[in-house]
Design a protein around this ligand. Structure first.
Ligand code: 5GP
Ligand code: ZN
Length: 122
């Protein structure tokens, strides 16, 4: 990860750098996935690019390969983490974007939530 892709003030960049501990779900050169500290559902993890992209609002066609990688990983990791298979199972994928979108952490992340209902939220 080059310095330009890392924001030293960003909590998720610190998680990627393992300066803050997290419960790992998956990691490769491009992405990092870890359990949400405050889960809404029986399965609730976050999938993030390692590079510091603040939100979906900054995604451009230059991120096409990365976004394709993320989208193809979601179904695989969801089943790995215990979501039940589609169509009776499934999962919810949420990307809060900006203040009015409910985004609290300004590093692009995909919430993946699943498992038997009822859920705490969502
Ligand atoms: P947002 O509201 O930005 O879409 O979601 C941020 C998510 O990050 C929240 O669900 C919150 O529980 C999670 N979160 C915030 N800080 C930490 C942390 O230090 N570790 C982990 N594992 N999750 C975090
Ligand atoms: Zn970051």
């Amino acid at each position: 990860m080059s310095a330009a892709e890392h924001d030293p003030n960003c909590i998720f960049c610190k998680i990627v750098a393992k300066q803050i501990p997290s419960r790992l779900v998956y990691e490769d050169a491009q992405v990092y996935a870890f359990h949400d500290i405050n889960p809404w559902a029986p399965v609730h993890f976050l999938l993030i690019p390692k590079a510091h992209i603040p939100s979906l609002a900054q995604v451009t066609p230059a991120h096409g390969d990365l976004m394709g990688h993320v989208m193809a990983l979601i179904p695989r990791l969801a089943l790995q983490e215990g979501c039940n298979p589609y169509p009776d199972g499934g999962y919810r994928v949420v990307t809060n974007t900006g203040t009015e979108g409910g985004q609290e952490v300004r590093h692009l992340h995909f919430h993946i939530m699943g498992g038997p209902r009822p859920w705490l939220r969502g």
